[in-house]
Write a protein that binds this ligand. Structure first.
Ligand code: NAD
Ligand code: UDP
Length: 315
């Protein structure tokens, strides 16, 4: 198949491109390099089946493809809050442009949505049936509400135009190829630990997240795209249900790096969710999927990547 991956030079997108090229598909990677890097996909450039396009998803583009993975969107709070209006445009106009393409060429299309659609959840763990507790006017809204509108568009293009859609709600995912200055907690803690700096814990560190290793996530995403069924177009959570406080994560990072750490507490950002854990019953039932990489093992692989990245060698 010919498969388009938007945001393909980013963290998750690059792993997806690599997996699809290895499966023998023609892969078109589209990216504007806001938070992605050519280095992430440099190793794929020698494959004749791999193509790279510099383009912004907020603008229309005409391609002929069989499947579209719509992953273009900054995911780290510091990056999506850098230009919040652009973040909304990327989610909303990006979804419209990609859905329009899917409708025109009858491609199957999968949207990278997020656990952020649950906001600061009042239900724990979060099943897909939970409507969420999202602040529509806060600093995180450009991302959360942008993704919620993207989900709406996916459902309406399906109902109105019979587009073959999928929606994955991704929970915190980590692994090699996150940028050292990505700003999310796993990369921050690892880089700080390797550089002998204080680990920056926001608030009292008792807020929780559930961390999924990128290979597990990519496996689930590909299964979702390629599974059929009556309900398959409705959102599916993908994430690792293992739940950790940020204090616990700091100590896991210390073990994975093999170094003692010191921490410094900094103010908790506005609307920072207090707890988050995926209910993955639906993914298990529909896709026969569950994560296989425990946090300690995934962190070790990620630490290896950052040791090299910080040394300035192979990334
Ligand atoms: P990332 O920032 O590494 O990747 C995003 C990619 O999209 C980058 O390559 C960036 O340059 C590109 N991009 C941004 N705006 C664009 C635009 N207007 N046009 C074209 N390209 C654009 O982030 P990631 O962690 O790889 O996330 C990928 C997707 O998965 C995002 O849609 C994100 O919302 C979603 N997601 C990720 C996580 C996670 O934990 N990593 C969790 C939930 C959802
Ligand atoms: N966080 C932290 N220190 C950091 C970066 C983040 O304590 O250096 C906290 C942040 O406040 C949040 C959690 O880690 O409670 C996860 O943050 P991240 O930005 O990785 O993801 P998100 O909040 O979008 O789930």
């Amino acid at each position: 198949m010919r498969i388009l991956v938007t945001g393909g030079a980013g963290f998750i997108g690059s792993h997806l491109c690599e997996r699809l090229v290895n499966e023998g598909h023609d892969v078109v990677c589209l990216d504007n390099y806001f938070t992605g890097r050519k280095e992430n996909i440099a190793h794929l450039l020698d494959y004749y089946r791999f193509e790279l396009i510099r383009h912004d998803v907020t603008l229309p583009i005409f391609l002929e493809v069989d499947q579209i993975y719509n992953f273009a969107c900054p995911a780290s709070p510091i990056h999506y809050q850098f230009n919040p209006v652009k973040t909304v445009k990327t989610s909303v106009m990006g979804a419209i442009n990609m859905l329009g393409m899917a409708k025109r060429v009858k491609a199957k299309i999968l949207q990278a949505s997020t656990s952020e659609v649950y906001g600061d959840p009042l239900v724990h763990p979060q099943p897909e049936s939970y409507f969420g507790n999202v602040n529509p006017i806060g600093l995180r809204s450009c991302y959360d509400e942008g993704k919620r509108v993207a989900e709406t568009l996916f459902m309406d293009y399906r109902r109105q135009n019979k587009v073959d859609t999928r929606i994955v709600r991704i929970f915190n995912t980590y692994g090699p190829r996150m940028l050292p200055d990505d700003g999310r907690v796993v990369s921050n803690f690892i880089v700080q630990a390797l550089q002998g700096k204080d680990l920056t814990i926001y608030g009292d560190g008792e807020q929780t997240r559930s961390f999924c290793y990128v290979d597990d996530l990519v496996e689930g995403i590909i299964r979702l795209m390629n599974t059929e069924g009556d309900d398959i177009h409705k959102p599916v959570n993908l994430g690792n249900p293992g739940e950790f406080t940020m204090n616990e994560l700091a100590s896991e990072v210390s073990k994975a790096c093999g170094t003692d750490i010191t921490v410094v507490n900094q103010p908790l950002p506005e609307d920072d969710p207090k707890q988050r854990q995926p209910d993955i019953t639906r993914a298990k039932d529909l896709l026969d999927w569950k994560p296989t990489v425990p946090l300690a093992e995934g962190l070790k692989k990620t630490v290896d990547h950052f040791r090299n990245a910080i040394r300035g060698s192979a990334v």
